[in-house]
Design a protein around this ligand. Structure first.
Ligand code: G3I
Length: 302
């Protein structure tokens, strides 16, 4: 096929992008988004600070813009993110203990209920593990409510939207030998063994370039999949859009049957959180880059 989404669909997978509500009125942006991709993630609009700016007062207008953009065009939606230490509203950042735990669970319940039936997969918990070699949980206000906060969030999400796939999402979990990757793996293994409702693992995959591409990425993807979860690449971008690394990412995903989707973190380089690294598939004028052609051929090789 001749677009990223259609090519992925031929193999029973999706190819998505992150979208910002504030850019949808730009017709170049929205035309590319709707033409090339068949899964949409809200880059910021469904996070806690956006959806519950004051405790118990929910605000869905920006998230709805993105969900409506996607669903009205037949594109699916990846929900991002229900529980995360970052981008919390001020009121939550100042909370702790049982009050924070209850507020977090209420947030998960309310947002997942509001969007019930519209979300393909939810990033239920985002970035809960520490960087470096410790393999520990990241210290955060949520972690300090008790080590079981992650499973509590997953159970609340399942109760609120039983048909959405529930994912754990993180970065620097690409290299199979890293302590952080191993720690997330053990958590998922534990959740599966105890019946905690988890369906998928998202690897953000913010890569830094060609030579740093993790040579054992395929092992990481297949190892998670072997636990009985789907695996998705959820925020892909690569320094200078190295075309070989982009193609390798597609090939490594496609080598794993349960790697069922890839999302790039933005449309054009100028839309990227790393815009000075030109890490995406379209340039700032909306032209396809070499990396685009490399990804499309890899998708069509299947
Ligand atoms: O909307 C306000 C605007 O009103 C204000 O004038 C402006 C001034 O700073 O800030 C705007 O908000 C910014 C927002 O992006 C929208 O552009 C925030 O400051 C900025 O912090 C925020 O950055 C986002 C970042 O998450 C926050 O953690 C990036 O767009 C977004 O790409 C990035 O995405 C994360 C994923 O959610 C999780 N994984 C890592 C990834 C990259 O950091």
């Amino acid at each position: 096929a001749s677009t990223l989404g259609a090519s992925a669909a031929e193999r029973g997978r999706y190819f998505g992008t992150a979208i910002a509500a504030g850019r949808l009125s730009n017709s170049q942006y929205s035309t590319i988004a709707a033409r090339e991709f068949n899964m949409i993630t809200a880059e910021n609009e469904m996070k806690w600070d956006a959806t519950e700016p004051q405790q118990g007062r929910f605000s869905y207008s920006q998230g709805d813009q993105i969900v409506n953009f996607a669903l009205s065009r037949g594109l699916k939606v990846r929900g991002h993110a229900l529980a995360w230490h970052a981008q919390q509203p001020d009121w939550a950042r100042n909370m702790s203990g049982q009050a924070l735990r209850n507020a977090m669970l209420n947030h998960v319940t309310q947002v997942a209920t509001y969007y019930r039936g519209k979300i393909h997969s939810w990033d239920v918990v985002n970035e809960a593990f520490a960087d470096g070699g410790s393999g520990a949980r990241r210290d955060s206000n949520l972690q300090r409510t008790g080590n079981d906060w992650i499973e509590a969030a997953f159970r609340a999400a399942r109760a609120a939207d039983p048909n959405a796939k529930l994912c754990y999402n993180d970065y620097n979990t690409d290299n199979w030998n890293d302590a952080k990757t191993q720690a997330v793996y053990r958590m998922v293994q534990d959740f599966k063994s105890r019946g905690v409702p988890i369906d998928c693992v998202g690897l953000q995959s913010h890569f830094t370039g060609g030579s740093n591409y993790p040579s054992n990425y395929r092992t990481t993807l297949s190892s998670f999949a072997a636990l009985g979860v789907d695996v998705q690449i959820t925020e892909l971008d690569i320094t200078n859009a190295n075309a070989t690394a982009y193609a390798n990412t597609v090939r490594d995903c496609y080598a794993v049957p349960r790697c069922n989707g890839i999302t790039v973190w933005g449309v054009r380089d100028s839309d990227s959180w790393r815009s000075n690294e030109s890490p995406l598939l379209f340039d700032g004028s909306g032209n396809k880059k070499a990396a685009y052609n490399s990804v499309l051929s890899a998708l069509n090789e299947g």
